[in-house]
Design a protein around this ligand. Structure first.
Ligand SMILES: [Zn+2]
Length: 66
Protein backbone atom coordinates (compact mmCIF):
# COMPACT_ATOMS: atom_id res chain seq x y z
CA UNK A 1 0.00 0.00 0.00
CA UNK A 2 1.17 3.44 -0.86
CA UNK A 3 0.47 5.62 2.09
CA UNK A 4 1.06 9.30 1.71
CA UNK A 5 0.84 11.80 4.45
CA UNK A 6 -0.71 14.83 2.93
CA UNK A 7 -1.08 17.73 5.29
CA UNK A 8 -4.59 18.99 4.98
CA UNK A 9 -5.54 22.47 6.07
CA UNK A 10 -7.77 22.12 9.07
CA UNK A 11 -9.54 25.11 10.42
CA UNK A 12 -9.33 25.25 14.21
CA UNK A 13 -12.62 24.39 15.83
CA UNK A 14 -14.12 23.02 12.64
CA UNK A 15 -14.46 19.28 12.64
CA UNK A 16 -15.50 17.87 9.33
CA UNK A 17 -17.83 14.94 9.40
CA UNK A 18 -18.97 12.61 6.67
CA UNK A 19 -22.22 10.73 6.75
CA UNK A 20 -21.51 7.03 7.19
CA UNK A 21 -24.49 6.14 5.07
CA UNK A 22 -24.64 8.44 2.07
CA UNK A 23 -21.23 10.02 2.23
CA UNK A 24 -22.53 13.53 2.56
CA UNK A 25 -19.92 15.83 4.00
CA UNK A 26 -20.47 18.67 6.38
CA UNK A 27 -18.29 21.29 7.93
CA UNK A 28 -18.50 20.95 11.64
CA UNK A 29 -21.19 18.81 13.19
CA UNK A 30 -24.66 20.03 12.33
CA UNK A 31 -27.11 19.80 15.25
CA UNK A 32 -29.43 17.74 13.08
CA UNK A 33 -26.84 15.03 12.58
CA UNK A 34 -26.58 12.13 14.95
CA UNK A 35 -23.48 10.39 16.14
CA UNK A 36 -23.31 6.74 17.03
CA UNK A 37 -20.32 4.91 18.37
CA UNK A 38 -19.76 1.45 17.03
CA UNK A 39 -16.67 -0.58 17.77
CA UNK A 40 -15.00 2.47 19.27
CA UNK A 41 -15.45 4.29 15.99
CA UNK A 42 -17.64 7.31 15.62
CA UNK A 43 -20.21 7.23 12.88
CA UNK A 44 -22.14 10.24 11.83
CA UNK A 45 -25.45 10.24 10.05
CA UNK A 46 -26.98 13.22 8.32
CA UNK A 47 -30.51 14.28 9.10
CA UNK A 48 -32.11 12.25 6.33
CA UNK A 49 -30.08 9.13 7.00
CA UNK A 50 -30.64 9.43 10.73
CA UNK A 51 -34.35 9.40 10.08
CA UNK A 52 -34.08 6.45 7.70
CA UNK A 53 -31.81 4.74 10.18
CA UNK A 54 -34.25 5.16 13.02
CA UNK A 55 -37.02 3.85 10.85
CA UNK A 56 -34.90 0.84 9.91
CA UNK A 57 -34.11 0.21 13.56
CA UNK A 58 -37.74 0.57 14.49
CA UNK A 59 -38.90 -1.78 11.76
CA UNK A 60 -36.23 -4.22 12.78
CA UNK A 61 -37.53 -4.09 16.34
CA UNK A 62 -41.05 -4.46 15.05
CA UNK A 63 -40.22 -7.54 13.04
CA UNK A 64 -38.46 -9.00 16.06
CA UNK A 65 -41.71 -8.81 17.93
CA UNK A 66 -43.59 -10.93 15.44
ZN1 LIG B 1 -26.56 10.69 4.92
Amino acid sequence: MDEQQTPRPVRPGAENVVCSRCGKAAEGIPPTWICSVENHTRHYFCEGCARANLRAIESRLDSAWW
